[in-house]
Design a protein around this ligand. Structure first.
Ligand code: 13P
Ligand code: SF4
Length: 366
């Protein structure tokens, strides 16, 4: 069924915070480490050869001498700092395959953040993901290698907007996508991700819900449930660029091509898809189906990560990059571990309220 209506978005955008100048509180407490050598030599080549094996299908050999010294230094510093690196599926192959301890979609990263047995968490993803890790681990040091790694969905709505919606629709439960700021999460009843949105909406037993801030995800959820949905006009700047026409063009020129899409895409794009799911569900689908040729209608680094694992599958790649995800690089991850920056902090009252909404989602069996 279609959504009931879509409101907003707010002109007052909640951009990620500006980096603090000077040393982080964590660096003052735990100290800065010496910058390791970044020389490329025989011994670095030998020690990192097994890691290059993982990405040789997608990273040319001439690029490895640039990446390898960073990979070696980061993996050593992780041990020294007792740090863990959580990386989203959109991270580039050398990060995803060579330095990450845990990879996944937003739900998997949030779940793993609750289990992290480390003093320091480095979030290789965007700011809302790092905030979620901090909300779930108030006593740990949580770092993001570039604090300007934002998200157009998180910027589309503010906590004031949610309060106004609650006043307009009294008693209606508010479900917020995790792609939101901590302040917005704190105003909501429960969070969801693209992996569990339908189950979360149905778990509340309500006839009508407010679902924020992704209009297209709301439309996808509405197509899968009888619950009536009030939505918000937030969009992902990467997925909104795909069109149904573009996909029909691919299909006409290659009738055997499989099309799988992320539910942040507009409805005319999802109408062309053979499968729709979160980034992790898209990867699982390719692993299970092993199609001859596939187009993953989502951020394009992900196809490279799956291609590294499954070189026999041919990926057709319309390349829409997320500029925020691409702010995270090996040199910035190294700086994060050496200088303990950029430290993510959340106001304790906001964090306590947001934790309630995130934990309610994490504890659902879906
Ligand atoms: P997933 O939870 O599916 O990984 O999506 C996160 C995201 O930002 C997609 O653009
Ligand atoms: Fe946000 Fe879209 Fe980038 Fe995902 S791909 S982080 S939703 S801007």
């Amino acid at each position: 069924m279609p959504i009931l209506e879509a409101l907003g978005p707010s002109p007052h955008r909640s951009l990620p915070p500006v980096p603090a100048s000077g040393r982080s509180a964590a660096a003052r407490r735990l100290g800065v480490l010496p910058m390791p050598s970044l020389e490329w030599n025989e011994s670095v080549a030998r020690e990192t050869a097994h890691l290059y094996e993982r990405i040789k299908a997608v990273v040319p050999a001439v690029e490895w001498p640039f990446f390898a010294p960073y990979v070696k230094a980061i993996n050593e510093l992780k041990r020294e700092r007792n740090a863990v690196i959580l990386a989203h599926n959109y991270q580039t192959p050398e990060i995803y395959n060579c330095v990450a301890d845990v990879v996944g979609d937003s739900l998997q990263l949030a779940r793993e953040a609750t289990k992290a047995d480390a003093d320091v968490i480095v979030q290789c993803g965007v700011h809302f993901m790092a905030e979620t890790a901090k909300i779930l681990n108030p006593d740990k040091v949580v770092l993001i290698p570039d604090v300007k790694a934002g998200c157009s969905l998180a910027e589309a709505i503010t906590a004031d907007d949610v309060r106004l919606l609650r006043a307009r629709f009294p008693g209606m439960p508010v479900i917020t996508y995790v792609n939101t700021s901590a302040e917005v999460k704190a105003e909501s009843d429960i969070c969801c991700t693209s992996s569990n949105a339908v189950e979360v909406v149905e778990s509340l037993g309500a006839e009508r819900v407010i679902f924020l801030p992704d209009e297209y995800l709301a439309k996808y959820v509405a197509s899968q449930t009888d619950v009536k949905i009030i939505a918000w006009k937030g969009h992902c700047e990467v997925h909104e660029r795909f069109t149904g026409d573009e996909l029909r063009g691919y299909r006409e020129s290659d009738p055997g091509l499989m099309i799988i899409a992320h539910p942040e895409c507009p409805p005319d794009v999802l109408a062309e898809a053979d499968f729709t799911g979160s980034t992790a569900k898209m990867i699982d689908w390719v692993r299970a189906q092993k199609p001859k040729r596939v187009v993953m209608v989502t951020e394009c680094s992900m196809a490279e990560n799956v291609q590294a694992e499954l070189p026999e599958v041919e990926f057709v790649k319309p390349c829409n990059l997320c500029p925020h995800m691409k702010r995270i690089t090996l040199p910035k991850i190294l700086d994060s571990l050496v200088y303990l920056k950029e430290e993510v902090t959340v106001d304790p009252v906001v964090a306590a309220n947001a934790r309630r909404a995130v934990e309610r989602m994490v504890h659902l069996k879906c």
